[in-house]
Design a protein around this ligand. Structure first.
Ligand code: MF3
Ligand code: CO
Length: 258
């Protein structure tokens, strides 16, 4: 993946379009969340997101995204040790699993990108803590998304939140600028140093996405060439929002409601 990608500053008008892309994306994710239970397949989750996309006449930027082969679905559904980029299929969710659902939406040429991890029925105490810490680390990062701060301030906030609670952040995958392209600059790692990296400006839109592992930070790619798993088989979680940096502070574009 080439990461010397363009950095774009959005106008107020463009941010309105991105908010609508993000709102539709949130609706798709809510539809997916509402059907998560034992016995449901990850293909069913994909279908639930696509039904919302069809209703609005929009599509997912994930479909056919270039990689080892074009990405074959509208969402990623990653179960337990699967961290990101799990391909939806016949696998049935079972009681105690955790499933990460990542979805994108293109609306009037602009992308919304967001993810959550949810439990299937009753989950273990370890899993519950993993979900809680990963989601809260996303908000710890978002808090730092103000003009004048630097990318490293966001990265360090996420890393500190996660590691001080005994969990690990991935190194090989990062958050990213987002706009007309799903992946724009800057790259926003989930680890880093305060005061380092690119200066943040109003009008920047970033998909911030902490990916957290219970065991170690190490990952491997599964034989399907897309699914990224923890190397040690330990549980993993992923939360993501597309966020705008504005004069009024960070605005979550992929929230369901304002
Ligand atoms: N939200 C992910 C990302 O930011 C999803 C992209 S995966 C693919 O990279 F399906 F599009 F390949
Ligand atoms: Co993303």
């Amino acid at each position: 993946m080439s990461w010397d990608r363009q950095i774009t500053i959005k106008s107020a008008e463009e941010l309105k379009i991105m908010r609508e892309a993000g709102r539709i994306n949130a609706e798709a994710l809510a539809a997916v969340r509402s059907i998560i239970r034992p016995g449901v397949t990850t293909a069913d989750l994909n279908a639930a997101a696509e039904e919302v996309h069809r209703k609005y006449g929009v599509y997912s930027p994930f479909k056919n995204y270039p990689g080892p082969y074009p990405y074959p679905a509208s969402i990623c559904a990653s179960v337990n040790e699967e961290l990101v980029h799990g391909i939806p299929g016949k696998r049935k969710l079972k009681e105690g699993d955790i499933v990460s659902v990542d979805c994108g939406t293109v609306y009037e040429g602009f992308v919304g990108d967001s993810a959550f991890t949810a439990g299937v029925g009753e989950i273990s105490e370890t899993a519950r803590k993993l979900l809680e810490v990963t989601e809260a680390s996303l908000y710890a990062g978002i808090e730092k998304m103000v003009a004048g701060n630097r990318v490293g301030d966001i990265s360090a906030a996420i890393q500190h939140y996660v590691e001080s609670r005994g969990l690990h952040v991935v190194r090989e995958y990062t958050g990213h600028g987002v706009g007309r392209q799903m992946h724009e600059g800057p790259q926003v790692p989930n680890y880093g140093s305060p005061g380092k990296g690119m200066l943040l400006r109003n009008g920047l839109t970033i998909a911030l996405e902490p990916m957290v592992l219970v065991g170690t930070p190490a990952t491997r790619v599964s034989p399907d060439q897309w699914t990224v798993c923890s190397l040690d088989g330990s549980l993993t979680a992923h939360f993501e929002h597309t966020v705008a940096i504005t004069e009024a502070g960070p605005v979550i574009l992929t929230a369901l409601e304002d």
